[in-house]
Structures are given as C-alpha cells and as structure tokens.
Design a protein. Sequence first.
Length: 79
Amino acid sequence: MMRNSIPKAREMRAEILAAMDLNTNITARDRIIIRRVLDGESCNSVAKDFDIGGWRVRDICFTAIAGRLGFDLGYRPDW
C-alpha cells in the first residue's frame, strides 16, 4: 500500500493542475474531484457530494494523475 500517494500528489499540486488543464481526456466532473482532493479535502467528503464511494474518488484521482497525466504516485493508491 502506498500511504504516501496523496501527500505526494499534493506536493506536486501545481504541476498536476497545469498538466490537467492541458489534457482534454479528463472530464469536468473528474477535474472537480481531483482539484478538491489536491486542495486537502478527504476522499470520503468529496465522495458524498458526488454520491460515489471514497474508493471511487481515489480511483478517479489515481487513474487521471498516474495514468493519463503520467505522474509517478506508486503502483496502487492508498488515499
């Protein structure tokens, strides 16, 4: 488990947001979710507003940040 995934992502916040702004394959909804998590909100808090689970929020963030944008956060998220 990668307990440092979210702190690592938050340290790279500016770079992630800049890359996300240039990527057209991330939906508007996912952009909001990612921004809120990077701004310090818990995954469970964000999840409630979108009627999804906390693990789904983690999956959205990890898939976009590591998968689509190519940032190294480790193999699996443990946010």
